[in-house]
Design a protein around this ligand. Structure first.
Ligand code: 3PG
Length: 305
């Protein structure tokens, strides 16, 4: 059995060692494809792979077709919008994620970006504090919960909206659930996005929603660029000179955003949220364990297709 780790953005070395241990202890072979620059390298590497561990790497129908022996793909992380689930299913390939394993790392980066934003990108001018501000968490999953926990340490008031989460569960964390997404935006000084990218959420963060925010609001996006309506965000920022946008996912219109809003827009150059040794170890080793278990016992917990 050959397990391929295909990561354009590599895991920390210590995580790869942990993955190797899991794979080799199970009697399987590990292959590594890191920092590849051409899709052809991925197509070549998957040819004899029985299982693949990926991050945001694109596994489309062409990759699935090239991987003749493939049985399982595990996305070491939360979002699986980078995998063609239908093509995988049609080819009899199981797709899983590793929910929660990198959530704390992403949540910590939310605050890295937020402090940077409210202190005016460290330009020396007088900024503001997070204490006492209302933080609206848009989607209360694993990352959202960690964001809520950390926000309380900053002395923030925490609100959340999640159509799939029961109010009682949100309240149990000392967080105030809002009855609608509109209410969340109306009631928050800062919004932190944690929605997945899918057909229902694509471009859903639009002018109408942003228009509900109070003056001087901040939007922090550690989720996906696809959920933002980029054209409407630009128009909104032009009309609202005190609004700030900080993101961990480079927008398609990064050059335009930088040129127009240099003092209130920031993006990391490459998604950094889950890029810690701890998150790499947690997600990478969980992925390896899930593959070994799936191959040896057929366990399909965490299957998403
Ligand atoms: C995820 O969905 O788990 C995060 O967005 C992290 O993605 P990454 O593994 O590409 O850093």
């Amino acid at each position: 059995m050959k397990i391929l780790v295909a990561t354009d953005k590599p895991f920390a070395k210590v995580a790869v060692e942990g993955i190797r241990k899991e794979v080799e202890n199970a009697g399987f072979e590990l292959a590594l494809l890191e920092k590849y620059t051409e899709k052809q390298q991925l197509l070549d590497a998957v040819v004899d792979a029985d299982a693949i561990i990926i991050r945001s790497d694109i596994i489309d129908a062409e990759v699935i077709a090239a991987a003749k022996q493939l049985k399982i793909v595990v996305r070491a992380g939360a979002g699986y919008d980078n995998v063609d689930l239908e093509a995988a299913k049609a080819a009899g390939v199981c797709v899983m994620n590793t929910p929660g394993q990198n959530a704390n790392a992403v949540a910590e980066l939310v605050f890295g970006l937020l402090v940077f934003a409210v202190r005016n990108f460290y330009n020396g001018t007088s900024g503001s504090e997070l204490k006492g501000k209302k933080l609206g968490i848009h989607a209360y999953g694993n990352v959202g919960r960690n964001v809520a926990r950390i926000a309380k340490g900053f002395g923030m008031e925490v609100l959340a909206y999640d159509m799939f989460c029961r109010d009682e569960d949100i309240k149990a964390d000392g967080v105030e659930p809002t009855c609608s997404v509109k209410m969340l935006y109306q009631s928050s000084d800062i919004i932190s996005l944690h929605i997945p990218a899918n057909k229902d959420t694509r471009q859903s963060i639009n002018a109408e929603l942003l228009g509900l925010l109070p003056k001087g609001a901040v939007l922090v996006n550690t989720a996906r660029k696809e959920v933002i309506h980029e054209t409407e965000l630009v128009a909104f920022m032009e009309a609202h000179p005190e609004f700030k946008y900080v993101t961990d996912i480079l927008p398609d219109n990064h050059a335009e955003m930088t040129e127009k809003f240099a003092t209130r827009y920031f993006s990391t150059p490459k998604k950094m949220g889950a890029q810690t040794s701890e998150a790499n170890i947690n997600a990478g080793i969980a992925a390896a364990k899930q593959i070994v278990d799936f191959i040896k016992t057929g366990n399909e917990t965490f299957r998403v297709n």
